[in-house]
Ligand binder design. Structure first.
Ligand SMILES: Nc1nc2c(ncn2[C@@H]2O[C@H](COP(=O)(O)OP(=O)(O)OP(=O)(O)O)[C@@H](O)[C@H]2O)c(=O)[nH]1
Ligand SMILES: [Mg+2]
Length: 417
């Protein structure tokens, strides 16, 4: 089965906790802090895999969770960083936030990596907090939570050259004789239900060819296999427009298919096309061929895919056009570079509740998550940290009074003046 769009949930691993531990040795009178840092959580990383052509694997893993970092230990030993979780995806995979408002990344090359959910940083152990003023801190940080989000994963097949044309004109037959691809071939329309990719070798050069499902009139409106496959031709730099000489009016077919391309995305008409008149082995079609020759200005190559007539000529011409053709980029705007929580969001948000105030915000959450609330010293440190963020002043400005309840995530405090 072919899957080219899917939503999955990804979870970066939580960072390991730092620990608060003291040194106890026979001849050391005052043991110092000796707790190590936690290891970093693993990230979920998508990696490009040349041979893959579908996102089907993701259908069976809708929740992808990376491993947690290991907690710090005594003797100042740091916990190990968790291994990353790698998911192999086809080239041409584009990753968006669930609502598609942001593009997180795009994979166009073999072994290229895109981090889709970063793991959390490990927390610092009490050894890391020791200073002259506070040589024996009795607190450590918890690890940061990993990024958790829903992502929309979309595949737009990445091929250099795309085969387009009506059903049954011989597109699959052609890819099967020029490449390693083994598509289904049959005389009924819509034999090909999803794109097939093949590597075509021409001398010591090569290109990737895509066999696409047949198009019919009004495909751009959803007819036949329709629009869902038109997106796969958007990335091809050259089209082989296959015409079947045994059809009634191959020239009319040519016009109609080009119209479909134009209606879907008018830029597609600017891509170089080579017109491939197929099935020349079938007699009685000379008149139709003459019409094509007189009316079509694009390069025209006459072949028989079945008999392998003039295939070399076609491949040489294709390579020639490919060398001249400009690169094609995905046009979805790329916001990934400024898509971070830091900077975009306020450090904290104050909302009024029935009995007091509620605090939220990504930065505050991070400070909160790092705090080990079972340790009194850690709680005091948390209070100092949020004071330095300006939260006390802001609460006062919002009208907070002595003994008002302040809720911070699942914790409650009393406001003390
Ligand atoms: N005589 C002749 N028949 C051909 C030639 N090339 C393909 N065919 C036949 O045409 C029929 C359709 O071929 P396919 O390769 O499946 O056509 P397609 O364009 O991939 O069709 P869809 O996948 O339905 O879009 C098959 O019966 C082929 O054997 C050719 O050069 N000569
Ligand atoms: Mg086919």
């Amino acid at each position: 089965m072919f899957v080219d769009e899917i939503t999955v949930e990804v979870y970066g691993g939580r960072g390991g906790n730092g620990v608060a531990i003291y040194r106890r040795e026979k001849f050391v009178e005052y043991g110092g802090p000796w707790g190590g840092n936690g290891g970093h959580g693993g990230s979920v990383i998508f990696v490009g895999e040349e041979g893959k052509t579908t996102l089907i694997d993701l259908r069976y893993q809708r929740h992808i969770k990376a491993k947690m970092g290991i907690n710090g230990r005594t003797k100042g030993q740091h916990g190990a960083n968790a291994e990353h979780t790698y998911i192999r995806v086809p080239l041409g995979t584009i990753i968006y936030t669930e609502d598609k408002s942001f593009k997180i990344g795009e994979i166009t090359e073999h072994n290229q990596e895109v981090v889709v959910a970063k793991g959390g940083k490990g927390g610092r152990g009490n050894m890391a907090f020791a200073t002259h003023r506070n040589p024996a801190p009795d607190y450590a940080e918890n690890g940061d939570p990993g990024v958790h989000r829903k992502i929309l994963v979309e595949l737009k097949v990445l091929a250099d050259v795309g085969l387009i044309g009506y059903p049954s004109v011989g597109k699959s037959t052609l890819i099967s004789v020029v490449s390693n691809a083994k598509p289904k071939i049959a005389e009924y329309p819509f034999t090909t239900l999803h794109p097939n990719l093949g590597m075509v070798q021409v001398g010591d050069e090569s290109f990737v060819l895509a066999d696409l499902p047949g198009l019919i009139e009004n495909a751009h409106l959803g007819l036949g296999l329709g629009i869902q496959f038109l997106k796969h031709i958007e990335r091809c730099r050259v089209f082989l427009h296959v015409l079947d000489l045994t059809r009634e009016d191959p020239y009319a077919d040519y016009i109609k298919i080009n119209h479909e391309l134009e209606m879907y995305n008018d830029e597609l008409l600017e891509r170089p096309q080579i017109v491939v008149a197929n099935k020349i082995d079938m007699p009685g079609n000379d008149d139709k061929l003459e019409v094509l020759k007189s009316k079509i200005t694009a390069p025209l190559i006459v072949i028989s895919a079945h008999q392998r007539t003039d295939i070399d000529k076609l491949l040489k011409k294709t390579l020639e056009e490919l060398k001249k053709a400009p690169k094609v980029f995905d046009h979805t705007p790329d916001y990934v570079k400024n898509y971070t929580f830091e900077g975009d969001e306020p450090a904290f948000i104050i909302t009024r509740t029935d009995d007091g105030f509620e605090l939220s915000g990504e930065k505050l959450r991070l400070v909160f998550e790092r705090t080990d609330f079972t340790k009194e010293e850690a709680v005091k440190r948390f209070a100092r940290q949020i004071r330095s963020m300006g939260i006390d002043d802001a609460l006062r400005k919002e009208g907070a009074k002595h003994q008002d309840t302040i809720r911070i995530f699942d914790y409650e405090f009393e406001f003390i003046e």
